[in-house]
Each structure stands twice: as C-alpha cells, then as structure tokens.
Ligand binder design. Structure first.
Ligand code: TXA
Ligand code: MG
Length: 318
C-alpha cells in the first residue's frame, strides 16, 4: 500500500478534537484513545467512511465493527435492549463492555458496519477524548482497534503510528490507555442469556452478578465474532507461553516471581499486567530476538482476558 497521508500526531485538546471531527465529516478515519485501546474512528452512518476504515487497516470486510455512542439513550435508538442488556448498560456504561444486540429496523447504521448481520456491537466508551469526539461529530462512530489487521492492538499513539503511519490523516495523542486490553464482548440473546464472545476488562462473574444468570462461553466452531480468528493478535516472532525461564535467543516477558527482560507486573498485579500487555508484546517484537517467551499468568479475573490475547498471539499464523 502506498502512503497517502502525512499522518499528523496532535496532543488531545479542543483544537485536535475539532480538526478530527472535520476529517470524519469528510469521510476520513482518525485514531483516538478509548479507555481500552486506541480506536480508528469513522462515521458509522456512511458506507464510504466505514470502507476507508477497513481499507486503512487492510481488514477483511466480513469482520463487523463496534459502534461507539455517547450514552445508553443514544444506543437505544440503534439496538433493541432486552432487560438484561438494560441492566448491564446501567452497571457498566460508560466503560469497557460491548454488547451485541439486535439491530433496530431503520437504524441509521451503514450496512457495512455490521457486515450484513442482523445484530450490532455497541459500546459507550468512558474515555474523555472519545466522548469529546462523539459530542463534536454528533453521530455514532465505528471504531476498530487502530492497527493494521493482524497486528497487536495499540495502547499508545506511537503504536498507532508504527502500524498506520501514512495510511490515516491524524492520531490524537492522549497518552497510554488505562485498561490496555480490548472491551469485553457479550451477545445478549432474546431470552436474556449472555454469551461471552471476547473476554476483557469486565469479567463473566461481574456480568453474572448483574444479570443473575451465568455467562455462557461462545458456541465453539461457528465464527460469531470473526475478529476472534485464532491468530488475530500476532507479533511477527514465535511465542512460547507459560515460560519460567529464558531459552537461547528469546526475549522473556515476566510476571510476578518470573523476572524477564521486561515484566508485566513484578507485583503480580493483573490490572497492571493488562495495561502493559500490548506494549510489552510490541517491545518484544522490536527487540530483534528470535523468539518471545511469556511467564505464566493466573487464569482468573482479568487473567482470563490476558491469557486469551496471549494464546491468540502464540497461535500459528493463518
Ligand atoms: O475495546 C474495544 O472494543 C476497541 C475500542 C477501540 O473500542 N475496539 C475493538 O474493535 O476492539 P475491533 O474491531 O478490533 O473488535 C471488534 C470485535 C470483532 O471481533 C468483531 O468480529 C466483533 O467485535 N463484532 C462486531 N460486531 C459484531 C456482531 N454483530 N456480532 C458478533 N461480533 C461482532
Ligand atoms: Mg482489533
């Protein structure tokens, strides 16, 4: 792909938000932080604007995008909210929860956003930068993670540039993201059951505590969230998981008692580990070592989401 843009990196503020809204009004996507990862935001009501998001990412077009809205009230104009979804919205929005819900007939969402599905993925983000952009644009924003398809999600403006420099007009820099891992995605069925499509910062236990029903695992086999292809989050070097020491030629990412070339959290703190995960993978990828090893991460709470991303990063490239 030839570079089309001199990608501008602008500090977050009123002027940057106004400029970003202008680009979006002209159908061009802009990278901006949410509390999870940086997103590549475009007008979700315009097929051509959304097509430019897919093009910048080089993403296969069967993969639907998350629609970001300023409030649960705005979301109710686009999707049908069964009672369980209303409870979850009240408990976790604004925040890192995405719900897959039936798309309302007549909702002004470009068909390309949902890739033709009768459902739509919706999230009300908490980050002030994304909220400011939503207010300025006054339309729903489709925003996948702001990285080229197949590479690691960006948690800093520098990660965005490393992947999309020359392919988008601007990045708004508001520093590293707080959560560092993409939103939890749950599908809410008509009977009120919740199915986990992607683990994330909001855990199944937290969801079950609100709805009163256990959260089911996503149906195996069927690709329900196509972005969940096994090798979605892939650095370019082979990854070995549950490593307790460094083998020849490896870059070791530590956790807790396992000290490495870098550590996700020497205190063994999962929140800190999630926030650092993608930056650590970027750093390991750039280290020049032949392989990457990662210390064991406990598989509870936020550790579920961290292990999910690590398994995808370690999966053979498809
Ligand atoms: O934290 C996040 O969610 C970030 C920030 C920018 O909001 N966004 C993000 O988007 O991770 P993306 O495009 O990288 O991942 C969206 C996921 C994909 O796996 C996609 O397949 C799934 O959501 N998805 C979107 N619409 C869906 C639908 N109608 N049914 C099932 N899965 C859907
Ligand atoms: Mg992504």
């Amino acid at each position: 792909q030839n570079p089309t843009w001199q990608t501008e990196i602008r500090p977050y503020g009123t002027a940057a938000i106004a400029e970003a809204a202008e680009w979006i009004g002209r159908g061009q996507p802009v990278a901006i932080a949410t509390e999870t990862v940086y997103g590549l935001a475009g007008d979700a009501t315009s097929d051509s604007a959304v097509a430019r998001i897919y093009a910048a990412k080089g993403r296969p077009s069967f993969n639907p995008l998350i629609v970001h809205l300023p409030s649960a009230e705005a979301a109710a104009e686009i999707a049908d909210f069964p009672p369980a979804a209303r409870l979850l919205a009240k408990a976790f929005w604004p925040g890192p929860l995405t719900m897959v819900l039936p798309l309302l007939p007549g909702a002004k969402i470009a068909p390309i956003v949902t890739a033709g599905l009768p459902t739509v993925a919706i999230r009300v983000p908490a980050h002030p930068a994304m909220q400011a952009l939503l207010a300025e644009v006054g339309r729903p924003l489709a925003a996948p993670s702001a990285n080229a398809s197949g590479s690691i999600s960006p948690t800093t403006a520098q990660h965005v540039l490393a992947s999309l420099d020359g392919r988008i007009p601007m990045v708004i820099d508001s520093g590293p993201t707080r959560q560092g891992i993409e939103s939890t995605i749950v599908a809410i069925d008509t009977d009120g059951g919740a199915r986990l499509l992607r683990p994330g910062p909001i855990t199944p236990d937290q969801i079950a505590a609100v709805t009163g029903n256990a959260v089911c695992a996503a149906g195996s086999g069927k690709i329900e969230a196509p972005g969940q292809l096994a090798s979605h989050y892939a650095p370019s070097r082979p990854i070995r998981l549950d490593a307790v020491d460094r083998r020849d030629g490896e870059w070791l990412i530590g956790f807790g008692p396992v000290a490495g070339d870098a550590t996700l959290s020497d205190r063994g703190d999962l929140v800190e580990a999630a926030a650092r995960l993608f930056a650590a993978l970027h750093e390991a990828d750039l280290s020049g070592r032949a392989g990457i090893a990662v210390a064991p991460i406990p598989a509870d709470g936020l550790g579920l989401a961290i292990n999910d991303r690590l398994r995808r990063a370690a999966a053979p490239k498809s």
